[in-house]
Design a protein around this ligand. Sequence first.
Ligand code: UDX
Length: 645
Amino acid sequence: ILSAILACDCLTKDDVLVYTVATEETDGYLRYMDSAKEFGIKPNILGFGQEWKGGKEIRTKPGGGWKINLLKEALQKHKDESDKVVLFTDAYDVIFSNNLDEILKNFKATGAKVLFGAEPFCWPNPELAPMYPEVKDGKRFLNSGLYMGYVPELLKLLYRKSIGDDEDDQLYFTEAYLDETFRESIKMKLDHTSTLFQNLNGATSEIEIYVNESKDKKIPEKYVVKNYFTHTEPMVIHGNGFSKLTLNYLGNYVPNMWNSLEGCIKCKERTLNLANQPVKAMPLVYMAIFIEVNTPFLEEGLQKVYNLDYPKERMHLFIHNAAKYHTSLVKNFTEKYASEYLSFKQILAEDGTPEWTARDLSLDQSTAKNVDWYFSLDSIVHLDNPQTLRLLIEQNRSVVAPLLVRSGKAWSNFWGALTKDGFYARSKDYLEIVYNKKRGLWNVPFITNAYLVRASIIKRYDRSILTYNKPDTDPDMAFCRTFRELNIFLYVSNRVDFGHLINADNFDVTLAEPEMYQIFDNEMDWEARYIHEDYQNNFAPGRVDKQPCPDVYWFPIVSLRFCNSLISMMESYGKWSAGTSYDERLEGGYEAVPTRDIHMNQVGWEPHWLKFLQKYVRPLQEKVFLGEEGQAKTYIDTWCGVDIG
Ligand code: UDX
């Protein structure tokens, strides 16, 4: 006994054999390996490159016996090493959050020879629940995704009975645990309070990310997972069952994935470099544009797509236009540019093709064209950064969206969290990401409007699985749900600025010049189209303003397009006043200075006009008529009345 105790006490991290099963290099596997690398842990990967034999739909149905059989086989060569300890973890939904020294120390402190993680659900056989010993604190039931044990005791457990590859590993271990004599014989215990193992399912509300700030501002802060319910800092975290999204969130920070000094750390790994690629070697892209709603400033949006710095001879172009209003705009665009792309396919508004059918078709087309990447863009997307496509490809992830936000709003193209029924919920860091207070590459549950997908994924899953068409679900929600079910990570990147989103909610195409009315909803785009390109120079230091006569100044304020649009708005309205001193539009009916005109409120444009005066004209007036603040409206009304007249 004494020699055994002494042997145990001298165990070091080098005596810990870490095993996992991973049949392929999924996103979850890469995250697992990243976290292991962070602590110098080198897991032995079992089953890699083989077909999964552990039963279909492992997440929802019993299975996983194969994991036991693989481990039994692997441990054969260690069967006589009684001083070794084995740590087994699942791979796709596990991250390490501490090193092997600490893990070993905590394991030894439990007094167990074999220790399993615990969870609050008795799965897969709930009838066994009453047979479990009662516990005062923590979770009562066994989970088979994380366990640790000395080789001899663990081998006894693994060889207790035989198990079929597709039978359930959790049931196997549960039965062993419920056999009291056996349990005691191998000192098998559950980590009820998560001192070591944290299974997240049923415990997500107990978990917080804790930030360990350093006093030295040059040393970045560290993020650790804390269980506030059990007051522990678990060291291996398992997003079992339906808690995978919580693990995805934690995995954005833990361990050392992001900090405020270096930004995202792992996002710089496994990237591509397209910088010196000859055009012929550039990845092939299938770019699909979806115009599903009437969209303000689509003309500029499409132009930015065309301006992407990527060789068009390596891009296929697909356009689905469901908005008849945009027919001539799309026609102009395609007549001018489509021939430059490798191929071009369009579905016209007249065809009446539903959105999900068009989207599914574009996926099939991308497979037929044998491309490397599928790039989906909605009409409300403005890619202001011409490097967007290049940067997203270089990021080299399964799915990545550029962060796009409605300017000045918190509305973006991703969700940081989901409600139980799959709708929008706000993650703690949502606003920090949206406002770029935190920049990085974020694993999130939902992205939309613009994203790049590795084409091999689209090839692998046909339209019976990967489809936009699911009953009672929006196309983008259906698409993201499938990715979540397949455990393929959806990343959103704000490592740099990529562009912004248009707000198409109040775009009234029955108006003449409808974009002129968008000064409130899409201020930035309104300004880009309608304000003179030299406007800002009016405020340049030392600028001498043109003054054709005393007290009169000339400034570049609006663009030619503004003038043409204003004229077009008025002419299409067409009801000019009589130009006499009787004017029925005025209270009292008397007009002291009659002109033939149309009032802004007659075309529903008064609030827009006043906003324009406030934002663009008033600062100029204040600049030249110091001390006469407040008179801008009078001056400009007069000036503009003359101009229009
Ligand atoms: C839960 C339990 O925690 C687990 O021990 C039991 O085997 C099944 O139910 P869960 O987290 O929901 O597991 O399943 P999931 O992570 O999807 O699969 C378990 C593990 O099996 C993966 O993490 C991975 O390590 C391995 N696996 C699964 C593969 O290697 N290839 C596959 O195709 C599927």
